[in-house]
Each structure stands twice: as C-alpha cells, then as structure tokens.
Design a protein around this ligand. Structure first.
Ligand SMILES: *Cc1c(COP(=O)(O)O)cnc(C)c1O
Length: 385
C-alpha cells in the first residue's frame, strides 16, 4: 500500500490532534483549476463553508477566485481574507435581515435567492438602502445527484431552492418590487458527486430553463451551476486531485453559452478536501474478543463526516512500518457513532503512534465542535513547519 508523505518527526513537537494542510497539493489543485478554465468565460467562487481557515482562504483569494458564502459571517470572513465583494455570491435558505444587509452594504456580486419570502424581504431591505439587489434565482432542477441523501439538494420538495412552478409568480414579484436586478439562475444539486452524468442532466435542465426565461423576454448574463464535484476518498495517494478536466469539459460541451453570458461554479470540497489530514495519536490499543480497537485522541468533534454521513476516510499509521492488520479506529467521544473506520487495515499500531485521517480538508475543521468540552484543534501548514 502506498502511503502519503508526512513529516512525522516534525509532528512530534505538536500536541495532537491537529489539522495538517499540504500547501503544495493545494497550490497544484488551484493551478489545475486555473488551467482548465483558462480562456473560457468560467468563474470560480470557492465555497467557504468547506474550509474557512484564513490561511487557506488567503491563498485561494490570491489566485483570483471568488467566494460562495452561506452566512453573513462568511461574507465578512471572505472580505477580511482578500476576496473582493464583486466576486462574492451569497446563498442560503435562511438569510436573516442582518445577513442580507451585510451583503447589500458591501455590494456583493449576487444573492442566490431560495424562496419567494426571501425575495420580498430582500426587495424591502434593498429599498431601505436605495439599492437594487443583484439576484440569481436558485431553482430546483429536479436532478438526482446519486449521492448520500443528506447531501442531495436538487430534488423537488427540498428546503433548498425554488420550484419551477413558482417561477411565474416570482417574476411578477420582481417586476412589481423594483429593487431586484435579476441577473441569473443558480443551481446546486448536491455534494460528493462522482458520477458526472448528473452534471450532464443538470446542463440539459439549465438549457431548458434558459429557453423558458427567453420566452418571458428575459436574458440571463449569469448561469451558476453550484458545486458538488466529488473527490476520491478511497485513494488519496493515487488520485490527489479531482477530475477537473472532465468536469469543466463537460460543461463546455453541454452548456453552450450565449454571448456575454458567464458560467459560475461554486466548488468547495474538490478544492480543499485532499490537501487536509487530521493527525491524531493512538491513546490505547484495545483487544476486543474478535476485533482490535485503535482508540485515538481525535473524534467526531474534529471530523464528523463518518458519524454524520457514514463517510469513508482513508487512514494511515504514519509512525509504523509493521505488517498490516485490521483495526476499528474509534474516537474518545461518548457516542457510539464516534467511529472513523471499521476493520481498516493499518500497520500494526501501538500507543503513541501517529495516525493520519486523510482527505479531511473539507467539512473537517469547519464542522469541528466543542462537544465534551473539547478544544478546537490547531492547524499546521506544510510550508510553515
Ligand atoms: C455547499 C455548497 C457548495 C459547495 O459544495 P461542494 O460539494 O463542497 O463543492 C456550493 N454551493 C452551495 C449553494 C452550497 O451550499
């Protein structure tokens, strides 16, 4: 089995658990995205919720990418870390008045509006500031993302987005309200999508909807297809970078843009997941009746994805070269779901060994909690060790 390359000796100086970010890999990923979108009217808005660490944000902003935010505080964090307001999209089903005002005051690129009720409030708050709010309507394309049901968002009767049937009423409201500048349509069908045909289905739907808007006499300068590109959690060493080439080629092929139309992407996971690992230490090896448990000092409080979505993360013992043997890798939290993996082959392990839980760069640190009065761990960066 190939293992990742980690500076295990340097790690010994730090208290575990901690997040470790491979900045070389992150840069390679960002370079790849830049190459695959060069010369096309494609715009990337990094989905901050995947990883909002200021170091990571500053690096992504330095590449000229925009940001996709799902809260007012994410907008403030994005601005503080160097993303220009003119490249910030703001999504979310429950935008509060305060959050909408933050967006309006900063003249962000676009509000991705998810309901009629939100549109009405946005219209009123924009009027109070004497502004027109730039809006893309988040529409449910009713496309199945073929992913875990907790991270499928594009089906009808979902808390996210507007159903097609409501579009005529929405357009009437926009015409009457006067403070809304309809600039585009927005979609986000789910996350960790590895079957790219879901995106083909999305393109077909987008073209249909664009036609429908044309028939209402509306041209849309902005088409935003959201995020959702998956990564290979099984083989982080063989496939450290998501298949951006196929992904962008697909949109180029199936979604022919009109003149002056731009295509926007909100990639989160695929940009930052592979570069991050959760580094944890073996506290105890417990011999069960038939199993061996590796009890480590990180738990669902530092990486909740396995407990929340039954997600798989590749795991390596980065202190041992002994033969492989299966372990249940579990955390110290008082919950039965606090399990990182079952029967996972690891080099034979002992108390004190360092364990790397891979592909933890997205939805790891941002979802950390203080349950059991635990501390939020530190972050280490490969270029600063
Ligand atoms: C979470 C989210 C994204 C990013 O999704 P990934 O699967 O991490 O790429 C993009 N857009 C919206 C609206 C989101 O909620």
């Amino acid at each position: 089995m190939i293992k990742g390359i980690f500076p295990t000796e340097k790690f010994e100086a730090f208290e575990t658990p901690f997040y470790y970010y491979d900045i070389t890999l992150l840069r390679e990923t960002l370079d790849t995205i830049r190459q695959e979108t060069a010369g096309k009217p494609f715009h990337i808005h990094y989905a901050i919720k995947a990883n909002a660490n200021p170091e990571i944000l500053r690096l992504i902003a330095s590449y000229g990418f925009g940001a996709d935010c799902v809260s007012g505080n994410e907008i403030l964090r994005a601005l503080a870390c160097g993303f220009p307001a003119s490249k910030i999209a703001f999504a979310g089903v429950g935008k509060t008045d305060r959050e909408i005002r933050i967006g309006l005051e900063n003249d962000i690129f676009c509000f991705n509006v998810e309901s009629m009720a939100e549109l009405e409030v946005l219209n009123g708050l924009a009027a109070a500031q004497g502004k027109k709010a730039p809006v893309a309507l988040r529409i449910n394309p009713n496309v199945d993302a073929h992913t875990h049901h907790y991270i499928t968002t594009g089906l009808n009767e979902n808390k996210f987005g507007i159903n097609e049937d409501d579009l005529p009423a929405i357009l009437r409201m926009i015409a009457e309200g006067q403070q809304i500048n309809l600039i585009g349509i927005h979609f986000h069908i789910g996350s960790q999508i590895t079957d790219l045909s879901s995106f083909e289905d999305l393109c077909v739907k987008v073209l249909e909807l664009r036609e429908w808007f044309h028939r209402q006499g509306i041209t849309l300068p902005v088409i935003n297809v959201g995020g959702g590109l998956g990564i290979n959690y099984q083989h982080p060493n063989h496939c450290p970078i998501a298949d951006f080439e196929s992904y962008f080629r697909l949109f180029d092929k199936y979604l022919k843009l009109e003149e002056d139309q731009t295509l926007h992407f909100e990639l989160g996971r695929s940009m930052v997941a592979p570069c991050g690992s959760l580094i944890t230490r073996v506290v105890y090896v417990k011999e069960g009746m038939q199993k061996k448990f590796l009890i480590v000092d990180a738990g669902m409080t530092e990486l909740i994805r396995p407990a929340l979505y039954q997600a798989f993360h590749h795991i390596e013992n980065i202190s041992s070269e002994e033969p492989y043997t299966p372990y249940d890798v579990v955390g110290p939290i008082c919950e039965s779901s606090d399990v990182f993996a079952r029967d996972f082959p690891l080099n034979e392990s002992k108390r004190g060994d360092l364990i790397a839980i891979r592909s933890a760069g997205a939805y790891g640190e941002t979802m950390a909690s203080t349950y059991n009065c635990r501390a939020i761990p530190a972050s280490l960066f490969s270029d600063k060790l």
